[in-house]
Write a protein that binds this ligand. Structure first.
Ligand SMILES: Cc1ncc(COP(=O)(O)O)c(C=O)c1O
Length: 399
């Protein structure tokens, strides 16, 4: 029991929840609030929240679907037949991968939910998830929430942010259930080679580990680079599940829809878990997603060109301030080292306090991210230029 200010006794939440490392984005929100209270006009490049609207025909499809009472009841757990068929057609045309829409496709309410729920389905108390040590938070935090353990795999710029599987201790391997991979990567922008994926698939097959590929940025790639699906790799279908999202590809972050594809048994367990804790994704939203996939190339061209132009502005801007940084080939972020003398948190605070620019501190993505910061490409080019100009005027440089 804990004592509240009103002297009322409330039950404490589980130790697993209470003892989770602090969610850094909540701390960032507090910094932003304080800055706004002093009248700051913030340029917010913190969260990866797409700033542009959903393409009009997708909105129309959702509106029309809402007018139809057939879409008003509880949605099917697995998703509409038409949605799963649209996904199967997309997987074939985009990736050359055949999936059975009845057994190898599941509609989910955003990939974050799917990533958390696959963890619930597979990781028991004391069992392990393997996660590169710069990671999208849910890849580790869901495991901690179920009483599991995370074994972090070392990544850095020198290894292209692609971990080696050679040094995982035997006692961890014996209890390892999931391997999380995310390429194109948030926050580093790194992309995976086919050779890397082949090694990952072989490793998971050898040790009986489920390979979870988070392909949230599969369509957000630049300079002609095309991201593969893990299911293109021989043998992947025996061990892998892959999560796709509509949030970034079609600016549908607020609509909460994605899909999982891959091994039918693994998908079945995800489905089975989800039947206990929720329902399907709203039917009208699925109609919007069908419209998105049907004309995907048309919408993606604009979305990708826009992020690529923003990436160029940010990369050139930071280079002009002394940063030596490569142009990321995918995702929607720049991942940059903090100048000497600052921790990631101190640097983030410094930028908010001196130039009213919000970025994400690297340690929000695990201990491996300390010493870095992430700039999200979620503002128009003129705002990104203004952010760079504000830094220049304050004499900010990377030496
Ligand atoms: C790597 C990664 N995976 C998953 C997600 C969550 O996406 P969704 O909106 O589909 O839940 C994000 C969102 O930023 C992400 O960066």
């Amino acid at each position: 029991m804990v004592q509240t200010s009103s002297e009322h006794q409330v039950v404490q939440a589980t130790s697993r929840l209470v003892n989770l490392p602090a969610y850094v984005f909540a701390w960032l929100d507090e910094l932003k609030e304080a800055a706004r209270a002093r009248g700051a006009k913030l340029i917010d490049l913190g969260m990866g929240n797409p700033d542009r609207p959903i393409p009009e025909p997708i909105i129309k499809a959702m509106q029309q679907a809402l007018d139809d009472p057939a879409n008003h009841g509880y949605p099917a757990f697995k998703g509409k037949d038409a949605f799963r068929q649209a996904v199967a057609t997309w997987m074939k045309t985009r990736y050359g991968v055949e999936v059975d829409p009845r057994k190898e496709v599941l509609c989910i309410s955003g990939s974050k939910e799917g990533l958390a729920n696959i963890t619930m389905a597979y990781v028991g108390e004391g069992e392990y998830s393997l996660v590169p040590d710069i990671y999208y938070p849910v890849h580790s935090r869901a495991t901690w929430l179920v009483g599991g353990k995370v074994h972090h795999l070392f990544v850095n710029a020198e290894n292209g942010f692609l971990p080696s599987f050679d040094n995982v201790p035997d006692e961890v391997l014996a209890k390892a259930r999931l391997l999380f991979l995310n390429y194109p990567n948030n926050p580093t922008g790194a992309v995976a080679t086919r050779e890397f994926y082949e090694k990952a698939v072989a490793f998971c097959r050898q040790h009986g580990i489920v390979l979870v590929s988070d392909l949230a940025y599969g369509e957000i790639t630049f300079d002609g680079y095309v991201a593969p699906s893990i299911l293109e790799i021989d043998g992947a279908r025996d061990v892998a599940i892959e999560f796709h999202s509509f949030s970034k590809s079609f600016n549908m972050a607020g609509a909460r829809i994605g899909f999982a594809v891959g091994n039918s048994e693994i998908l079945h367990q995800l489905y089975a878990y989800r039947t206990n804790v929720g329902y399907g994704t709203p039917s009208a939203i699925q109609e919007g997603a069908i419209a998105a996939l049907t004309n995907a190339r048309l919408y993606l061209k604009d979305v990708v060109a826009n992020y690529e132009a923003r990436r160029d502005v940010v990369v050139h801007g930071f280079r002009s301030l002394g940063w030596k940084t490569e142009s990321p080939k995918g995702a929607m972020y720049a991942w940059l080292p903090v100048p000497k003398g600052f921790s990631s948190a101190e640097w983030t605070e410094h930028l908010i306090n001196t130039v009213d620019v919000v970025v994400s501190p690297g340690h929000a993505f695990g201990n491996g991210g300390e010493g870095y910061f992430r700039v999200s490409l979620v503002s128009p080019e003129e705002k990104l230029l203004e952010a760079i100009e504000r830094m220049r005027q304050q004499g900010i440089r990377y030496e």
